[in-house]
Design a protein around this ligand. Sequence first.
Ligand SMILES: [Zn+2]
Ligand SMILES: [Zn+2]
Ligand SMILES: [Zn+2]
Ligand SMILES: [Zn+2]
Length: 452
Amino acid sequence: MFAELDQLESEVSDARRSNRRRRCGTGQDGEDGSGADQRERLERLRNRRTQLDQYLQRLEEQSFGDFLSTHSDTDFSLRSVSDSVTYELVGSGFELATSDPLDRDIQVALSESHPGAAYLHSDNETYVVTEFVEDSYETSQVRDAVADQSICPTCGSTHDVEANDCEGCGTELKRLRTVVPSRVRAFKHDLPVETLANGDSLTPDSIYRADDQEIQSAYAPVDREVVGFTPNDKRSFAIVDGDGNQLGTFAHGSVRIRATADQFYASYKNGGSDPLPTIFERCGVGSCDGFVGHSGDQSYCLRDPQHDVDDSVAVRLAAEFETEGVRVQLDREELEHTLAHGLRVALQYIGGVGMRKVPETIEEDGTYVYDADEGGSGVTVLLSDGAGKPDGNFQQALEIMSKTFDCDCDGGCPFCLYQFGCTERNDPNSFDKAELSGLLTDGLQLVPHEEV
Ligand SMILES: [Zn+2]
Ligand SMILES: [Zn+2]
Ligand SMILES: [Zn+2]
Ligand SMILES: [Zn+2]
């Protein structure tokens, strides 16, 4: 799988290079046959790469989940019911395709069980989520804490709740309603929900923008932020330079994360993909759980096509969960961010996990690197083992960082600093590689607060 990814990467860059050469040579964009072919090939390769990436992500989550259930000393019995989302697959003849409902951790569920999510089930059929039931208690808790916003149904951008039209594309905005899901229902993609007046069938895959393509996969970007942090005093330290001057603080503790998602991108079996996201649009009739699909220029509720969807509502999925992580506080965000990337790299060696298992988020009170798994997976805590000692894990992390960041580039590049899952999309202005490298050479270290 990794070999195939590498191969695709180099083919993509070859295709891009030859595209560029051709453009320079002719001095124009060129709509000739070979150019169009090249672009189509590039598009196909990119889609394939995205699919492989998503597949790898699922594999990674699965094996680590299995590992956790047998080895973790975290007390999972404390979890409440709403920590997971149940989903049901409904197949031909509206029979359940699985004997038992399936469960997903809630933070995974946002990216995999959102409206429009597509599953390839073991019967080799694709199932599409078009209904879900909300957890009314959790929903009311989270809704109190999340600012009201509006969303553009055309381009997916979010706006202040007072705005009427999208600044980008002029479309009338819809109010976003925050919801915590507890149960979702996915239907076989081509199940005829209803026969329409023109004789066509209304099917679950009408939730997607493309009318005549079969869905391959749908991807919902998830935003995560830290909404609470309780440092463990025994694992809190001062960050000092070689002369013993305090530069900031480093602490491990419990972190509360809020994750939200409000749109998805679809890609299709023919290799095409939607250029624009699709928002989660739910039927506005009473407490109907159905989402809205489209056939021609008509919109229908996919649970009950008789429902009038003129008052459909846009939904933002939300979930909160507790985990563990480290918070780094330094006087500049760029320095914090660069150190966070260094810690994530180091955790691959020290904790033996992939980058996706230790996400980062930059907040007002510091930059966090945390265990992606609910309850904490005991990975980020390793950084504070033996802190203040020359053979401690933090010192080892700094050595790994020095080696990784030792690169000829100026402000960071894919070989040293850039990372998967960067909240700043690897914006060079969000880093300060030179300053961190200086501090690393200078003897940066952790010491107990009372020794500063
Ligand atoms: Zn717009
Ligand atoms: Zn409805
Ligand atoms: Zn570099
Ligand atoms: Zn980053």
